[in-house]
Design a protein around this ligand. Sequence first.
Ligand SMILES: *[C@@H]1O[C@H](CO)[C@@H](O)[C@H](O)[C@H]1NC(C)=O
Ligand SMILES: *[C@@H]1O[C@H](CO)[C@@H](O)[C@H](O)[C@H]1NC(C)=O
Length: 272
Amino acid sequence: MSATNTKINYNIDWIIPSLRNPSKFWSIAASLTIACVGIFSKILIHWLNKSKVHNRHYMSYALHDRPRNVPLITISNHHSCFDDPGIWATLDVRHLLSKSVMRWSLAANDICFTCTSHSYFFRLGKCVPVIRGNGVYQEAVDFCLERLANGEWVHIFPEGKVNVTKEDMRLKWGVGRMIFESPVTPIVIPIWHIGMDEVLPNYPPYMVRIGKNLTFNFGEPLDFTEMIRTMKERKLTDVEARKEITDSIQAALRKLKVETEQLHQEYFKTNS
Ligand SMILES: *[C@@H]1O[C@H](CO)[C@@H](O)[C@H](O)[C@H]1NC(C)=O
Ligand SMILES: *[C@@H]1O[C@H](CO)[C@@H](O)[C@H](O)[C@H]1NC(C)=O
């Protein structure tokens, strides 16, 4: 028990300042880390497992052609600790290997930032330590808002944790805050994936597996610009606005889940 406590109490205060003002060393090390993780994921997900990607064009378009000032938020279900970076193995290599293009990702402090070596690794991989249970007004969310203001890409697992039963979970409202408060309303792309928990099961020995069937489905981009405009006219409180936005994301993810399950079934049945 004391071991767990010391782990959770690992000091992470240096991480976000270091993400804000990286030294040259951190920048170079981060570029290398992103590229290595990208190559590893590409090999594992694309070559050693059987992946079917649907509607990748939504994502390619957002990465390649969105205006410079328009930020991107991706949201997805969370089935394994390899979901991110695994999902990005579906991207073009030029995006996958580029530190400036790749996402910022919120990662739980008590899982990814429990000791020095892990903290270095995840910090280099553009992961931002979020403290679960600390609500929407915390430094990690503020930091993501700064990145969004700069037109960058932030990925979120709005369920907030890996759900091994894969039932519907209530989404966290941090995503609602980011979308509502971002100076330019982000393009939001929902993603549903199936099979990642077989590539990296959620039980020991936590080793990656090969030869699994994977489906990745990118949903149609969600545009909240109009919704936010009317919310402001209706003078909704921040809490109400966050809730409405989060609810509509939940609805979009549910719909995408049903569609993806069907695609997965059909594809892997007819290709046997
Ligand atoms: C997953 O979500 C379901 C439904 O909300 C819940 O009953 C279950 O306890 C969750 N599992 C985990 C591991 O959180
Ligand atoms: C993958 O799908 C094929 C059918 O396309 C099936 O024969 C095979 O058993 C599946 N593999 C796994 C690991 O589920």
